[in-house]
Design a protein around this ligand. Structure first.
Ligand code: NAD
Length: 419
């Protein structure tokens, strides 16, 4: 089946990764073929009455890649370059990620093509509520459970939960994760992805004979993932020498005080202009000398044209798809250890799973339980990937994909093909 409607850079990449892994795993061609397509994809129009009095129509998507291991799970992204192909690729990556970690979920993703910074709070709320209504037939606590991603946050999830709940005549906390605590969110969810990156880095450095203490770190993106990773690594004794956001980056080779930086961001809305730092562009930041680079913003930041100038020895992928396959090969040849997205940033979906379970049981855990279980799950997944990479002689990305794809394929194998 040819499907130009899914065509996008990330979809081509994600599918090519699947094809290579299928060969390595010796997958049956019928299962391989089924894995190459999403189970279903919904395209919706989202009309909003803007503050100006005009009506604007935004394009939205929700894609379920695979439902073989359980209900689907995946974030909702607001960005002005969202398209069906990208959302489909991200849903496919969620399938591998959930299976790799051992969560009872298939992969999904959603998105609206909009720059969230260009909308007022009222417009954002209306956009979220109307989008939720349009995708209502695909979501539900035992069907598909959205979560925050790029450009969305706890507030977005609260509006989604409220909109869904209103149509049911009762509160349904299990329909989304990443909600505020007061309406059934989980302790530790906001920090989960950044914290998971720290656990993955701890394991990687241990195996490379290093310790986190004193390592120099650069973080691209200072949102939910990047700011938490920066803060927790700084607390572990790393020296965070550069960070950035969409407006640009800052650099101080002696290290940044992340607490003070967070206060500056809370006041000014950006990391730029933080006293005592040199301004750098996002492109420059990737090439600055450091031990650990954490891309935690958008995709395709490490490419063929800059990968040979990356000076980090470890890249921990907070973002989804920050490294292109060509860049991946260059980094591998140069001996850079890349902790791939589906492993490094899995902390978010792990604690989302904890939140979902707590919501279904109306029984909530202490934050210390959440963090210790998160550490345990991340460490187990890291060990499996590391061991598989050593056994197969592959990099960590190939090993992680092999493990994720193998488990999804096993689900298809035992369930068979309906009818
Ligand atoms: P966010 O919206 O909270 O933060 C994004 C950050 O990146 C902001 O600082 C923003 O200014 C910056 N940014 C945006 N566009 C940029 C650009 N073109 N260049 C440089 N910086 C840019 O988003 P988030 O939730 O932190 O997500 C970041 C990445 O992590 C995304 O790729 C997302 O898919 C991935 N991710 C997020 C989670 C989660 O739990 N939130 C989980 C797994 C993966």
């Amino acid at each position: 089946m040819d499907n130009p409607e899914f065509d996008s850079h990330l979809f081509r990449t994600t599918r090519a990764q699947l094809d290579q892994v299928a060969i390595r795993l010796g997958l049956e061609s019928d299962i391989h073929e089924r894995l190459r397509y999403p189970r279903r994809a919904l395209v919706v129009s989202v009309p909003i009455l803007m503050d100006s009095g005009k009506t604007e129509v935004f394009q939205g998507y929700r894609v379920h890649h695979s439902t073989v291991l359980g209900p689907t799970k995946g974030g909702l992204r607001y960005a002005d370059d969202v398209n069906l192909g990208e959302v489909t690729a991200l849903a496919m990556l969620m399938s591998w990620k959930c299976a790799l970690i051992g969560l009872p979920y298939g992969g999904a993703k959603g998105g609206v093509r909009v720059n969230p910074r260009s909308l007022s709070r009222r417009e954002l709320e209306h956009l979220t509520r109307r989008y939720t209504t349009e995708i209502m037939l695909l979501i539900g606590p035992d069907l598909d459970i959205p979560a925050p991603d790029l450009g969305t946050d706890e507030q977005t999830m609260a509006w989604m939960m409220d909109t869904y709940s209103m149509t049911q005549g009762k509160s349904v906390p299990g329909v989304v994760t990443g909600k505020p605590l007061i309406v059934g969110g989980s302790a530790g969810r906001r920090e989960a992805t950044g914290r998971g990156i720290v656990y993955a880095l701890y394991q990687a450095t241990r195996r490379l004979g290093q310790s986190l203490q004193g390592l120099t770190v650069v973080v691209q993106g200072f949102g939910n993932v990047g700011s938490v990773a920066a803060r927790l690594l700084w607390r572990e004794g790393c020296v965070v020498i550069g960070v950035s956001d969409v407006q640009g980056g800052i650099w101080n080779p002696h290290g940044l005080d992340i607490r003070q930086l967070e206060a500056h961001v809370a006041e000014s809305g950006s990391v730029t202009g933080f006293p005592g730092t040199e301004p750098v562009s996002n492109a420059e930041l990737i090439e600055r000398p450091c031990d650990v680079l954490v891309p935690a913003a958008v995709g395709s930041q490490i490419r063929e044209d800059n990968a040979d100038r990356v000076r980090a020895t470890i890249v921990a992928e907070g973002a989804n798809g920050p490294t292109t396959p060509q860049a991946d090969a260059i980094l591998r040849d140069r001996g850079v250890t890349v902790i791939p997205d589906i492993l490094a940033n899995a902390g978010g979906v792990i604690v989302s799973y904890f939140e979902w379970v707590q919501g279904l049981q109306y029984y909530f855990w202490r934050e210390s339980e959440i963090t210790s279980r998160l550490q345990e799950v991340m460490t187990r997944a890291f060990n499996r990937v590391w061991a598989l990479g050593a056994k197969e002689g592959t990099d960590l990305r190939t090993a992680a994909l092999m493990e994720g794809v193998r488990r999804v394929a096993e689900g298809y194998r035992v369930r068979g093909l309906y009818p």
